[in-house]
Design a protein around this ligand. Structure first.
Ligand SMILES: [Fe+2]
Length: 308
């Protein structure tokens, strides 16, 4: 399979779009890239149409995650593989694709968590208006992590069906996967938990000063920092976790191992101890990763593509 270009965007449900849009713009450092009549807001940290979409909802958390494929062919290959596995593949309507700046796209319900995943090969670009970093030199949306009740089944689906590659495992508890052949250590993480939930959304920053300045900015604005600064042994990233206005956990990370498309090292299996997550043993607030309801796939707006 030709595979993935990258994690394209994350759509979040938030209780107050204007408040969250302000937070993601002024505190996180994303750039506004449009609003819809229904109040949905888009922000970006690249030339893509959006990197984050904010939808109004009474249940803050993950609305869906969008993955950009390498090509239309890769999109077709994935659709046939999913249909072959008995997964319902739902085409995204032309009207919604127009709002999202997407070419052909389809969605599925991830079988273990019920999370909505979307796949497309093309998203409209802001060619003439490059992303201009403000409070942080954000390079890209890096990854998201889900808490999953059926950890083993979720890991199997992401690797065997979606085709992600395991980069590292914290034995039996966390699985870090890259969207092969995208080089970054993880685009998606899964963590064993008692319930299915969004754990956090990550933005990769350019320098250690982005972490340091973030700490000062968040302290001044009373944005709760819930973990860090610390360092993740699996990916080598320095991290800082903080809360958005609904209490959804957001992460900045600086530095991440990159893998070649072919001949990559084999995944490591690390001891399930705290030092495997953070070798700085940094500050941890119990509010970390406690808000993040997963919204199921709305099949009323998506037409199912018949399995071939
Ligand atoms: Fe992370």
């Amino acid at each position: 399979m030709e595979g993935y270009e990258k994690l394209g965007y994350v759509a979040l449900n938030v209780s107050d779009v204007a408040k969250s849009r302000d937070f993601y713009e002024k505190q996180v450092g994303l750039q506004r890239s449009g609003d819809l009549d229904d109040g949905t807001a888009f922000l970006r940290c690249s030339e893509d149409h959006h990197s984050i979409a904010l939808y109004r909802s009474g249940k803050p958390g993950l609305k869906r995650a969008g993955f950009e494929m390498k090509s239309e062919r890769a999109l077709d290959q994935l659709a046939s593989r999913l249909a072959g596995q008995g997964i319902a593949v739902h085409e995204v309507s032309a009207a919604e694709r127009k709002d999202l700046g997407l070419g052909r796209a389809f969605r599925i319900s991830e079988p273990s968590t019920g999370a909505t995943y979307e796949f497309y090969a093309n998203m409209r670009q802001w060619g003439g208006k490059p992303f201009k970093p403000t409070v942080a030199r954000i390079q890209r949306i890096g990854h998201f992590v889900l808490k999953v009740a059926d950890f083993d089944a979720a890991c199997r689906f992401h690797t065997e069906v979606l085709g992600f590659c395991v980069s590292d495992m914290i034995d039996g508890t966390i699985c870090f996967m890259r969207c092969h052949p995208n080089p970054y250590h993880h685009g998606v993480g899964l963590g064993r938990a008692s319930e299915d939930q969004l754990h956090h959304v990550n933005f990769m920053v350019t320098e250690v000063d982005d972490i340091g300045r973030g700490i000062s900015r968040f302290n001044k604005a009373q944005v709760p920092i819930v973990n860090g600064p610390g360092r993740h042994p699996p990916s080598g990233s320095m991290f800082l976790y903080y809360l958005d206005p609904d209490g959804i956990t957001v992460e900045y990370s600086f530095g991440m191992e990159e893998f070649p498309a072919e001949g990559a090292r084999k995944p490591r299996v690390m001891e399930p101890i705290k030092a495997s997550i953070d070798y700085w043993d940094s500050f941890l607030d119990p509010r970390k990763a406690t808000v993040g309801a997963i919204e199921g796939l709305d099949t009323t707006v998506a037409k199912r593509i018949a399995a071939e």
